[in-house]
Design a protein around this ligand. Sequence first.
Ligand code: ADP
Length: 443
Amino acid sequence: MGVEDTEGAVKAAAEAFKTWQFTTAKQRAHVLRQWYNLLEANHESIAEIMTAESGKPLVESRAEVIYGNSFIEWFSEEARRIQGEIVQSPIPTKKIMVVKQPIGVAALITPWNFPHAMIARKAGAALAAGCTCVVKPAEDTPLTALAMAHLAHEAGIPKGVFNIITSDRANAASIGKYLCENPLVAGLSFTGSTAVGKLLYRQCASGIKRLGLELGGNAPFIVFNSANVEKATKGALASKFRNCGQTCVAANRFLVQDGIYDSFVNSFVGHIKDIKMGEGTQPGVTTGPLINHAQFEKVSSIVQDALDKGAKALVGGKSASSLGELFYEPTLLIDVKENMRVYHEEVFGPVATIVKFKAEEEGLKIANATERGLAAYFYTEDVAQMFRISQGLEAGMVGVNEGIISTPEAPFGGIKESGLGREGSHHGIEDYTYIKYVCVGNV
Ligand code: ADP
């Protein structure tokens, strides 16, 4: 699809907003719940579509569908809790009311790494608030989005309320620009690369659009001397290798204190060797291929750069071409230095790097030395250290002795160049509502 189709979708969404915004919260909650029920009933088929189009192992696709569905469930519940306020007035004859209203048509642009959940997280909140939406899924994963739309229709979400624009890479920029500049679009929510996020931010400036941005991370994962090695290794594996390392909250830099370095590295190496790569539909496979050639080239060149500059690969360090052209071996690099790309860039692949540090302050300083601030993780059994480090880390989300932190009940989002706004939790509704102050006088 292209700009012309997008124009049609935006017009349909604007038309549908005229009535959808006046539905009761209870009606919206009901229809979202119906959608959730159908998504749950069809979760196996959606997972199969996702594995077929993205290569994600079936176990992970199933987990994603359940995770994504839980946002629709959550927002079906939150729809009825979008409350206003009646504020104490300084003048007896004037009453002050604060109400929250839906912003209008929301444009949602989503990435390929979580083809279902990134749509669910945004659309659930938008629809609960009373907005209509135009979704542009990533070019690599349009079919999962279309399956969701099919079920939305079956669930009774009215025509024009939830629209999908599929496109190839060549049309993504013009569709994005159109959505940013169209006056019928009230707000845009984007999850994807920092580079595209910055472009959309600029493009949205002309119309002062409401903007939610979930951009790249560069998550540190600190293992302090006081950590429990077994817990840290398990968390490290989950946080790094889930979805073949292609998640924005993936641990990108392991910072390990000198006293625990050897035991953590030994344990980590052992677990990485156990990872089973292969075709997503095969039983037992936990890690699939990278999404496309661009991603494969990026991962290969980042690792090669590190090896050329003196890093050592304790595991992997090369492609797994016997499995297919997009497979890259789970990799662990040590002796990583500041002059290497891998030290600064978000890898978005199955590559873990370890940097050794001595003092706590040094570890924290390295962790914060990045423009990004999405997730951060650390492991310690020392309670005072837990409070010190969670306060000191410059990130929107912190996992303490935990590698998997995302859930609909909690606010997801970053600081610094990692984005604006929060998704999920009761805060997730805010991007899709505006505050209206109504003053009733002469009463
Ligand atoms: P990645 O590099 O991980 O593919 P992108 O930020 O390029 O991340 O992609 C995320 C989403 O942004 C996809 O839906 C993609 O089609 C879309 N996209 C890419 N370029 C643009 C652009 N210039 N304007 C709007 N959307 C874009």
